[in-house]
Design a protein around this ligand. Sequence first.
Ligand SMILES: NC(=O)c1ccc[n+]([C@@H]2O[C@H](COP(=O)([O-])OP(=O)(O)OC[C@H]3O[C@@H](n4cnc5c(N)ncnc54)[C@H](OP(=O)(O)O)[C@@H]3O)[C@@H](O)[C@H]2O)c1
Length: 228
Amino acid sequence: MNTVVITGANRGIGLGLTKQFLHNHARVIATCRNPIEAKELQALSDNTKLSIYPLIVNDAQSIARFSEELDGRPIDILINNAGVIGGPRQSLQDMDYEAWSEAFEINTIAPFRLSATLLDNLHLSKQPRIINVSSQMGALSSTSTGHHAYRSSKAALNKVMQVLAIELDPQGIIVCNVHPGWVQTDMGGVNAQLTVQESAAGLCNLIDSLTMQQTGKFFSWEGEELAW
Ligand SMILES: NC(=O)c1ccc[n+]([C@@H]2O[C@H](COP(=O)([O-])OP(=O)(O)OC[C@H]3O[C@@H](n4cnc5c(N)ncnc54)[C@H](OP(=O)(O)O)[C@@H]3O)[C@@H](O)[C@H]2O)c1
């Protein structure tokens, strides 16, 4: 049975992935900033395969405490899902630079730090995987405009993980980035194309099927390989 760690599991795609992996009989270590307030996640607690931990991904001490809690436990799949858009002001005329920095902390640096910190746990798995929820909005091949903070933080996440995939290849750890589609969450908005359940189901299928041949690649929620 796979053990899956998911960040930002209290709402949106993270909550959807938690439900889907539990449905698929995986053991889920769901993390969020404030478990006490995570009512929808707590409502799943009857399932003995679910455990919930506090984790603020851009707080080094929070990551260290989480890692201590998991000491010696194998992790098969780490899903770096927690993310932010980078604030509403992202234009040439009006840029929120603090929110941009925070987007880099949460979207780019935190997935690297958490992956590095949990490496010993991943080594205890037979088929370890690091999955990063990125976005096509960060693809360098895209010519869309606006959302500079969000796009650049995801573009940087893509590069960081492409490098990590090469570095972890000899250790047999799969590293892939995924685009979840445009999803109906607080971030994606009500007009988005996909329900959380549709995206999460597609992502779970993809994540379960990944092999070392696919490490270092970027995939859509439907399993289609995407251009960086
Ligand atoms: N929705 C889309 O259409 C779409 C498209 C492409 C990519 N994505 C990516 O998919 C991922 C999930 O997005 P979503 O749509 O589910 O967004 P969401 O509904 O806004 O949820 C974001 C999640 O990230 C958590 N989070 C943010 N900052 C955090 C921090 N510092 N520490 C721990 N958790 C933190 C939030 O926790 P709190 O509740 O505590 O804030 C929440 O659980 C993100 O990486 C996003 O960039 C989404």
